[in-house]
Ligand binder design. Structure first.
Ligand SMILES: [Zn+2]
Ligand SMILES: [Zn+2]
Length: 76
């Protein structure tokens, strides 16, 4: 099973652009044996997205930017 490395939605084949989050896929696709369907709410638009998602497939905002900011502060 192939998943988009950004929105973690399932892809039916190796594509260069994700049909879910519209990102060009420059990283390796994620290969998984089973699909986690756990969802969380996007902090920006409130739509339900996969818990692992790094980008919201609805508003296309990067969710890990929040984490990155926190991590940067921890390093100081
Ligand atoms: Zn995607
Ligand atoms: Zn969103």
């Amino acid at each position: 099973m192939l998943k988009c490395p950004y929105c973690y939605e399932v892809l039916s084949e190796r594509v260069t652009k994700c049909s879910h989050c519209s990102q060009f896929i420059i990283d390796n696709l994620i290969e998984v044996d089973f699909i986690s369907m756990d969802k969380k709410k996007c902090v920006f638009c409130g739509e339900k997205i996969l818990v692992e998602a790094k980008i919201c497939r609805y508003c296309h905002k990067w969710l890990d930017e929040l984490d990155r900011t926190v991590n940067d502060l921890d390093d100081l």
